[in-house]
Ligand binder design. Sequence first.
Ligand code: FA5
Length: 342
Amino acid sequence: MIEEIEQLQEEAVAAIQGAADPVALEEFRVRFTGRRSQLRTIMSGIGDLSEQERPAVGQAAGRARKAIDAALHQRTRTLEEAGRESSRIDVSLPGRRPMSGVLHPLTRVAEELVTILEGMGFTVADGPEVDDEYHNFDALNTPADHPSRDLHDTFYLKDGRLLRTQTSTVQIRVMESGPPPVRIISPGRVYRRDTVDATHHMVFHQIEGLYVDKGVSMGDLKATLTAVGRRVMGESTRIRLRPHFFPFTEPSVEYDFSCGLCSGADSDPGGPTCRLCKGTGWIEIGGAGMVDPAVFEAVGYDPEVYTGFAFGLGFDRISMIRHGIDDIRLFLENDLRFTRQF
Ligand code: FA5
């Protein structure tokens, strides 16, 4: 039995001296001196031994306990000392720069557009991303059987509400909340069940503009869009208005900016195709028009007294042109290697 104790002592001391950290050391303390340790079992059995055996075994067990305690004490101090060493500050090392965040390229474009339009007298209005059919379609002169709805298929909630397909919903909410004059903008996220490709996503961003007053004209709309385009894209940007149809504006236009990626050089049909403008030299940025009298009637404005223009501008594409980004999907992938570049 004495041999067994001595072997145990040797094993324990070796393990304790090799403990790599305080957690391992505590484990060894419990294993070798704890209530259920082999040494404790031996000690509690000493009383049952014969009188001749008892003193020698007792002394061996006492020696083992002492040696183990001494090893524990020594190792604790050594590890504490090492801990203090490693936490000491080395003032000669170069400092660690805290990582500073950057604004997402879409946030930056949104903020810039807001600043430009605020300078023209617009104020920011907000609206919900989860909206109802009335604000997204009906009040915008798009009843349930209107073919325009097909182009705006979206995601529906079980209670019948939907993820808005356009920021034009905010036009209605603002006009419902007070009389003219109105001059608001509203940037935000919109959703459509579109097939995702380099220039289309099912989640994208628009900024809406609405100006209603006496005597607002199509000329005001054109001047506003042209000024915004040149401020945000640079003076050399060309802008093109094309006749179009929207149920809630009459007349309506779509407007394009010249492609900043191929600078329109790729408009040669025989040349390689630019991913962004598909070789046309133009990128569709948004839709606009004069507010349809039916919309004014839906919100209780007198169309005989007031006129107004509205525009919606897809600013994912503005950011793409500005930074030469050739794939809209990059905006939503949350890859820091992409976002940190801006
Ligand atoms: C509209 O959404 C109208 N609400 C715009 C409007 C507002 C017209 C006010 C009249 C008055 P449209 O569906 O064309 O229109 O979308 C506007 C812009 O959003 C497009 O020109 C394009 O820049 C952007 N856009 C549309 N679909 C996508 C998509 N899937 N991914 C990225 N951008 C898109």
